[in-house]
Design a protein around this ligand. Structure first.
Ligand code: ZN
Length: 242
């Protein structure tokens, strides 16, 4: 039986989009749910961002994912993105210990007969939170370590930043702002598949949520949208628009 995986990114604490994701993921054939960064809300009317994000993780994300996993027995994989403050990583780790999800950043897990690895860091950008920013040289070094943990040709990489110069990294001005280290990594290692987010508007700008570098298929479904794909057949994948 084909195993279906579901990927969403840049949910930014929007409960409506989380609930829609879990609804789609409840389908019988779905084996795994992957959440690719920028998980917590960004704007807050009062209080500081770390507290606001902590409350979202503690009172919604962890109990909700725990309940979903208990009911469905499906795997949930999650990682932070550049808009998630790092100080709450301890809380996410406690969620992992409680069985709510498995953490992805710089780790490898089994998914069907493939591997799933994650990478939260983005290349330098003019945003407020700097917790998950690195220069291209350091991203390159991290990715070469990550590539040693599994066979890239059998691995799906969830990387928050998209590869530079593709359909997946175009901002409103028309400029490409993705990571050159991520692009080089894909060209050199030829992963089975890569999943991205971060640039919410890119699929609107380019008219494409998919791109191909060599034999590697890369997707950035856009903020809150849901990618549904067959782990063994990437030709049939589909994006459900939020
Ligand atoms: Zn985002």
């Amino acid at each position: 039986m084909p195993e279906i995986a579901v990927f969403a990114t840049d949910l930014h604490g929007e409960i409506q989009n989380y609930e829609r994701l879990l609804d789609v993921s409840s389908g019988k054939k779905v084996g795994a749910v992957i959440i690719g960064g920028d998980i917590a809300p960004f704007l807050s009317a009062i209080g500081d961002i770390a507290t606001y994000q902590r409350e979202f993780i503690e009172f919604y994300l962890i109990p909700r994912m725990k309940e979903f996993r208990r009911k469905t027995k499906k795997d949930v994989f999650i990682m932070m993105g550049n808009d998630d403050v790092k100080i709450n990583m301890g809380l996410l780790k406690s969620g992992e210990k409680k069985g709510a999800f498995k953490l992805l950043n710089q780790k490898v897990h089994r998914i069907g007969d493939k591997f799933l690895a994650g990478y939260s860091y983005i290349n330098e950008a003019p945003f407020l939170i700097k917790d998950w920013e690195k220069d291209e040289k350091d991203i390159k070094a991290d990715l070469s370590k990550l590539a040693k943990l599994s066979d890239p040709k059998k691995t799906i990489y969830s990387m928050h930043a998209p590869p530079l110069g593709t359909n997946l990294d175009v901002i409103f001005s028309g400029e490409h702002v993705g990571s050159s280290a991520i692009r080089d990594f894909i060209i050199e290692k030829q992963p089975y598949m890569t999943l991205h987010g971060h640039i919410h508007e890119s699929s609107h700008m380019t008219g494409n949520w998919k791109d191909v570098l060599g034999d590697s298929v890369s997707v950035n479904p856009g903020k809150g949208n849901i990618l549904v794909f067959d782990l063994d057949d990437l030709k049939t994948m589909n994006v459900l628009i939020a």
